[in-house]
Ligand binder design. Structure first.
Ligand code: ADP
Ligand code: MG
Length: 240
């Protein structure tokens, strides 16, 4: 589904991604962990072309994406992204938020988009919130709207960058439940999170990033019980 080879990214002099190789298979859930500043967000943003790589290749759905020749909007339609801060449009209702891109980017007839949005809101447990403005919602509800909005583009993969980090603790579970449901439905997902319980339960593979390279990866059972890399051990001893 996604194949990243020898990915390098610099911000000026700062070498942030130092040759990342990562393959994500269809329907796989990859949880990406690592210390703050290790390059997790940058890697996700490169996968969605919010940041452009300096070197290496990114193949999505069998197609190598060259920003010079591939319309990036098309790629972004195909790879949904959910951020720590939900970035909902405050002046639009929940339903309007969800249909915005399908109607204005994909040019789906509005009635059809509304029907689909209602189904998605139902899926994330917000079927009664379509006419409400985001300010009336809790953080957990906003994040579930953000997930529905990303799904409305019918992406073939979803990227999550710390989707629960900005939430009050009691609201984390409802968002993780929605993500678990997506995983169970077979969505291909790359998730940056500090929720190790989620990683253990839902991830097919845990990838540990250290200083812009993948230091260790493996199935959660193996990785959490017997990490090999000293940095991975150190990281886990701090977060578990
Ligand atoms: P993580 O998500 O793992 O905390 P990031 O990918 O956000 O790490 O950041 C990796 C490094 O790149 C950090 O040193 C950060 O300060 C730097 N960085 C991230 N984005 C930018 C940017 N737009 N401009 C300059 N430096 C950046
Ligand atoms: Mg980050």
């Amino acid at each position: 589904m996604i194949t990243v080879s020898n990915l390098h990214k610099y911000f000026g002099e700062l070498h942030v991604l130092k040759g990342v190789d990562l393959e994500v298979r269809p329907q796989e859930v990859v949880v990406l962990i690592g210390a703050s500043g290790s390059g997790k967000s940058t890697l996700l943003r490169c996968l969605n072309f919010l940041e452009l790589k300096d070197e290496g290749s990114i193949v999505i759905d069998g197609q190598e994406i060259d920003p010079a020749t591939t319309p990036l909007n098309k790629v972004r339609e195909n790879v949904g992204m959910v951020f720590q801060h939900f970035n909902l449009f405050p002046h639009m209702t929940v339903l309007e938020n969800v249909i915005e891109a399908p109607v204005h980017v994909k040019h789906i007839p509005k009635a059809e988009a509304i029907e689909q949005a209602r189904q998605l809101l139902d899926k994330v447990g917000l079927s009664n919130k379509g006419d409400v403005y985001p300010e009336k919602l809790s953080g957990g509800q906003k994040q579930r709207v953000a997930i529905a909005r990303a799904l409305a583009m019918e992406p073939s993969a979803m990227l999550f960058d710390e989707p629960t980090s900005a939430l009050d603790p009691e609201l984390v579970g409802e968002v993780l439940e929605v993500m678990k449901g997506l995983a169970a439905d077979g969505m291909t997902m790359v998730v940056v999170t500090h929720e190790m319980g989620f990683a253990r339960e839902v991830a097919d593979r845990v990838v540990f990033l250290d200083g812009g390279t993948i230091a260790e990866q493996g199935p959660p059972g193996t990785f959490f019980s017997n990490p090999q890399h000293p940095k991975a051990r150190q990281f886990l001893s701090r977060v578990l």
